[in-house]
Design a protein around this ligand. Sequence first.
Ligand SMILES: *[C@@H]1O[C@H](CO)[C@@H](O)[C@H](O)[C@H]1NC(C)=O
Ligand SMILES: *[C@@H]1O[C@H](CO)[C@@H](O)[C@H](O)[C@H]1NC(C)=O
Ligand SMILES: *[C@@H]1O[C@H](CO)[C@@H](O)[C@H](O)[C@H]1NC(C)=O
Length: 350
Amino acid sequence: MLSPSNQSPPPQAVHTTLLVAAVLVFLHPSIAGATGFEKVIDSPHLTSKIGTNRTILVDLSGKEDFKSVQEAINSVPDGNSDWIIIHVRAGVYREKVYIPESKPYIFLRGNGKGRTAIVWGDTSSDNTESATFRVDADNFLAFGISFKNDARIVSAELSPDNQTVAAVVAGDKAAFYHCAFYSAHNTLFDYKGKHYYDNCYIQGTVDFIFGRGQSMFHSCEIFVVGDKRVKIHGSIVAQNRQSADEDSGFVFLKGKVYGIGGVYLGRTRGSHSRVVFAKTYLSKTIVPEGWTNWSYDGDTEDVLHGEYACKGPGSFPIRRVSWSKQLTEEEAAPYLSIDFINGKEWLPAY
Ligand SMILES: *[C@@H]1O[C@H](CO)[C@@H](O)[C@H](O)[C@H]1NC(C)=O
Ligand SMILES: *[C@@H]1O[C@H](CO)[C@@H](O)[C@H](O)[C@H]1NC(C)=O
Ligand SMILES: *[C@@H]1O[C@H](CO)[C@@H](O)[C@H](O)[C@H]1NC(C)=O
């Protein structure tokens, strides 16, 4: 008869088991997540995923291919169909940048959001006109760049020229990694198409993430400054889904929301507005009502303003407006993965 201690596997088998476990933890994102490690998607990783070394260099010194980002974009042939990297070296590029529909497959790569910035300061009554950066092309990638509209609007309510957009994203399949968006008002016009924002920083006051895109904001940091000039305090999102057939909607997964003053998570815009905050840290800057229908005169029956498993002092559901929703696990499921934007089909990394 063997004693129990003799039944333990030989040392070699233990070794192999540990090794297999270690490899599993390393490979499997959900297991990796459970151990507290989040995969960081850096610039070499993205570059290897798109599989090209074709690079146009932009540098303020004038020693590289171009001194301006727009000139570099202009040099990409119309109808481009292979990924091309436009590497923008550290510096503040004071210019408006436009990527037209005819130039897809551009990877705009900076040296980090604290180091490479594209800055302009237009105000207009038209969102798109005011934008510092605008992309209409499909298949666009950005890494490590700040997009900023630095116009100072003195009194938004007195002037119709009060739009100061940092970026308009109007192409399909656009992804931003480790980027930042700054403006005093209406920062990010997520106009249309499927988009992914990973580890981005977005700052603004009123309705500053808006549009009809079908977008996921993963592990993003939202910094909000309440605006005392307007009747409502300020709100983060104004999503404009117009009908039940539309795929659009904004999902904020993980990440955190904080800021100065009291603000709403969102404001009803379209009859079928769809916004979900899931597993997100909400600081006390979020007012207890959570959401507002200010200046919206339609029905709220078809809007989805949902929250799921959020944490922090701004997440308490007790005083939330009756027409917002605390989602069940089952209701939240469609919004908890990149399948919401069919990401597995087009994202180079997630
Ligand atoms: C890019 O350049 C690196 C270093 O020269 C090389 O190892 C790699 O194979 C190149 N990749 C492609 C897709 O050409
Ligand atoms: C901006 O201008 C529009 C048009 O004049 C006006 O309706 C709106 O109240 C103004 N203020 C803000 C904060 O949007
Ligand atoms: C708008 O919000 C207020 C406050 O929650 C609520 O009383 C009102 O019923 C809402 N309007 C609609 C149409 O849901």
